[in-house]
Design a binder for this molecule. Sequence first.
Ligand SMILES: [Zn+2]
Length: 250
Amino acid sequence: MTANTNESAAAAFQPIVASHAFEEVVDQISHAVHMGVYEVGSRLPTVEALARAMEVSRPTVSEAVRMLQRAGVLRVRRGAAGGIVVASAVIPPSILKLSTRRVACNLLEVVEARRPIELEVVRLAARRATQEDMAVVRDALRLEEEALGAFNVWTFGNVKFHYALGRAAHSRVLLQYLSELYKELAMFLEAFTPRDFRQPEVTIEEHRDILAAIERHDEEAAAAAMDAHLKELEEVAEAEQVGASPSPRT
Ligand SMILES: [Zn+2]
């Protein structure tokens, strides 16, 4: 009767990832680290405190911590000065894939969703960012500048910049959407190689424009700078839809 039955089914149903408390715990911890809530070298709450906060058992938290330790994200130190310490903020895709809230989608769908979220994020950041927030954004930018040529560090600084803007917006709902979006984006970005990033200097220049507008508390200039910045990856995603080779900037 209808020609698009398969398409409707694809839109309505997503692959089910078995939802276990364990995966949720891994997801929440890795996410807090990825977003910079806990920086490298800082200590996480105790297993007991984490179990209480997430309303799961302590063995579940311990198991999740062990997995994140194996993935190089956390380090567990024994003794009085010990605890669960963040070892790296680079979350491997094997961990990101555990997220139970992932949506089956293509790069273009992820990228086009950045606009409504990130334009509003920078508008709010221009209005609300404190000196401390701006210092975090500047740190991320410095990391990107120093890491030109060191691909992994550079992409990390890049994502960190966008998260720092998200936090500067002081909207917990938008920050949540932003982090969901970046989890999806990370799955695609891991497929890109240093060669795909032709001009990191241009990306940094665009990031500088965004920061400058926020420092001036100029909402519209900040949104315009972000708008210009998002165009590149949108074009890459559109080209990818028609099978051309990608050259992304995040
Ligand atoms: Zn960017």
